[in-house]
Ligand binder design. Structure first.
Ligand SMILES: *Cc1c(COP(=O)(O)O)cnc(C)c1O
Length: 469
């Protein structure tokens, strides 16, 4: 369409890229910005203005206003895509928000190992090639009581690797009540298919008995698999076979038993008044031949998949060529080793590992944090802000302890003339995003998962929000 007379006149006032570039290059704040980014940002801003002329005959702003739009675009371009956010959802192991925060000790070790050469695969005593797995094996054995251990990229990889090694082309017997799907497309039947093992379902959704496994066992059986139903619970008229009974049955037929523990924990949460989650040590003691679990769920470490079990089987698994494709990276290894070392002191570990600290955090501490946040937000002195305290429940998340509701305190934030949906969106798109939730049309921030040093970040986001209108 031909531009109208008014549009043509407006377009004449539109500055060229060169003029804005010359202005920008005189300003110190652009000194460190790569020219391609600066030019690209100016082009984008001018193009945006041109479009606005065509759509609604928008006036051309002053050069100063254009420069300020360019600055915003440049800042956006120069900020990493992967950035920190404040988790105010109350979900402790939040997979979409990165699952676990590393302990200080783990962070320090990552920095040290990442910035220097290391003995990753070098045996310092012997002066020759070593194994990257050696750095954590003894520690995992010590904590879990298992004969052997190794760590790979994640638990999905661990399950795949174990099935591929121990049951390729053979039948794997699993209870129908344990055919789990974890978010992000991890499904036991699909992983099984990929590994080349043949799924043999037994029992029913709610009840599976030892005799169901027994009847299904035959010449072609390679493995009995138990999967921890970590993200759901079958309640009511139910029956599942305890691990040690499965181990006994399998032993009579010289078959191995594998358990996918999912979240995997070394800590007995019932000692802290929380719902009991089966521990790795218990599965080892019950005699499982191979046990797999995640490094970044209840363990509170980096993304990793940990395999523990009988030495003879772990030796086979270590030799599988898939191991190379699933191998753990050195930064992860550094974080994992430092995290595992913290488990040597069972009294201090729940204080030092953020995931554990948040899970066992006393309500009083959460209340105090909520009060601190309320005080900080009140100090903005804005009449349009109103704040509420709500006793609600947080969740463990990460496909762990699905039935557990952790009593917590949420801060309800409402702003005169702004809907909860708008508050939620603005907080989510703040320069340091704050992720909360809406319940009953009220924007909520759960104080359990907010870190103490993030209170001022939230204050800044709310300050921007009330200023924006
Ligand atoms: C979470 C989970 C997995 C996948 O673990 P990742 O570390 O996310 O790969 C597998 N099995 C179960 C039972 C789980 O809960």
């Amino acid at each position: 369409m031909k531009p109208s007379e008014k549009q043509q006149k407006l377009l004449q006032d539109l500055p060229g890229v060169d003029r804005i570039l010359a202005l920008a290059q005189n300003l110190p704040e652009y000194a460190e910005i790569p020219k391609t980014i600066l030019v690209g940002s100016i082009r984008a801003v001018i193009q945006h203005l041109r479009t606005a002329v065509f759509t609604h005959e928008a006036e051309i702003p002053t050069d100063l206003a254009i420069l300020s739009a360019v600055k915003k675009k440049v800042d956006w371009e120069m900020t990493p895509n992967l950035k920190r956010v404040v988790n105010a959802t109350g979900v402790v192991v939040h997979t979409n928000l990165g699952r676990s925060l590393l302990a200080r000790e783990a962070l320090d070790h990552v920095v040290e190992i990442a910035g220097a050469y290391s003995n990753l695969e070098f045996d310092l005593a012997a002066g020759k090639r070593g194994s990257r797995y050696s750095h954590v094996e003894a520690l995992i054995r010590e904590i879990s009581g298992a004969e052997a251990a190794m760590a790979v990229n994640n638990n999905a990889g661990a399950v795949l690797l174990c099935l591929d090694t121990l049951a390729k082309g053979k039948a794997v017997i699993v209870s129908r009540g344990e055919l789990v799907e974890i978010g992000g497309s991890f499904r036991i039947p699909d992983v099984m298919a990929r590994s080349g093992a043949l799924l043999k379902e037994v029992g029913t959704t709610n009840r599976t008995h030892l005799r169901d496994y027994e009847k299904a066992m035959g010449q072609d059986t390679g493995l009995l698999l138990k999967v921890h139903t970590s993200n759901y619970s079958v309640v009511g008229f139910t029956a599942a076979v305890p691990l040690h009974d499965l181990v006994k049955l399998a032993g009579r037929h010289c078959l191995p038993v594998m358990e996918d523990l999912g979240s995997g924990t070394f800590i007995d949460f019932s000692a802290y008044g929380l719902i009991k989650e089966p521990t790795v040590q218990e599965s080892v003691a019950a005699g499982a031949d191979v046990i797999t679990f995640s490094g970044d769920k209840l363990l509170g470490g980096p993304q990793a998949g940990i395999i523990v079990g009988k030495k003879a089987l772990l030796d086979q698994i270590k030799k599988n060529p898939l191991t190379r494709a699933l191998r753990i990276d050195k930064l992860t290894l550094a974080a994992l080793e430092a995290t595992l070392r913290l488990y040597r002191d069972p009294l201090k570990v729940v204080e030092k590992i953020p995931t554990l600290r948040m899970l066992v955090c006393p309500l009083g501490v959460i209340e105090e944090r909520a009060e601190n946040l309320i005080r900080l937000l009140e100090s903005l002195g804005n009449q349009r802000i109103s704040l509420m305290r709500k006793k609600l429940a947080s969740k463990t998340g990460g496909g762990a302890l699905p039935l557990m509701e952790l009593p917590s305190i949420c801060i309800g934030l409402s702003i005169q003339g702004m809907s909860a949906a708008v508050i939620e969106k603005r907080m989510r798109t703040a320069s340091t995003p704050v992720i909360g939730r809406i319940e009953d049309d009220l924007y909520l921030m759960d104080a359990r998962t907010i870190q103490d040093d993030e209170l001022t970040v939230i204050r800044a986001a709310v300050a921007d929000l009330v200023q924006a209108v």
